[in-house]
Ligand binder design. Sequence first.
Ligand code: DC
Length: 212
Amino acid sequence: MTDTTTIAIDGPAASGKGTIARRIAEHLGLRHLDTGLLYRGVAALVRDQGIFPTDGDAVGRIAGDLTIEVLERDDLREDGIGNLASIVAAHPQVRAALMEWQRNFAMGGAVLDGRDIGTVILPDATAKLFISADADVRAARRWRELSKTQDIAYRTVLESIEERDRRDAERASAPMTHAADADLLDTSEMSIEQAVAEALRLVNEQITAARS
Ligand code: DC
C-alpha cells in the first residue's frame, strides 16, 4: 500500500528545517523535497540570463520552464543566490508556476520543507512543523558553514539573514508564517540531534492523531 503521508516543515533560513526534513523523510521512508532549491534554481537562471529580478512576468516564465536538472547545479547554495531567491520568490507569478510542481511531488507521500508548505502548498498535510531559532543563532550556524569555503564576516551573514527574514515574512504573496495547526519548535538552544529527535516526536504524535 502506498504511504500518502505528507509532512510540511516550514521556517526561516538556517533554522535547521532542511536537516530535520531530510531526517524525518529517511525515518518514515518518504521522499523529500527542499522547495528552497526551486526558488534558488529560478534565481540562478535569472542571474545567468540577465533578467531583471523585479520583472514578475519574465521571472514567472523562467519558473514555468524550470527543469529538474537545474536543481543539481552546485552554485545554488551560495548566499547571493539565497538572497536573489528571496526576491524572485515574492512574485505571485513565480509562486503560481511552482505550486503544481510541489503538489505533484507530494502526491503519494513526501516531506516538503520551505516557507509556505503548511499554509499554501499542503494545507491538508498529515503533520506540520514550524521550525524557528533566534536570528543570531541562525547567523552563527550559517557563518560556520559558509566560512569553510569563503572569506565572509559574521556581521554580513547576520544582516543577510535578517533582510531575508523580513522580505520572506512581509511579502504579500504566501508570506512565511506558521500554519495555525503547526507545532512550533524553537531550536535556538538545541543541538541538531536534539532538534531532530524532538521534531520526530512531534510529527509521530500528529500522525497518530490524524489516524485515530
Ligand atoms: O530555504 P532556502 O533558504 O533555500 O530558500 C531560499 C529562498 O527561497 C527564501 O529566502 C525564500 C524562498 N522560498 C520561498 O519563498 N518559499 C519556499 N517554500 C521556499 C523558499
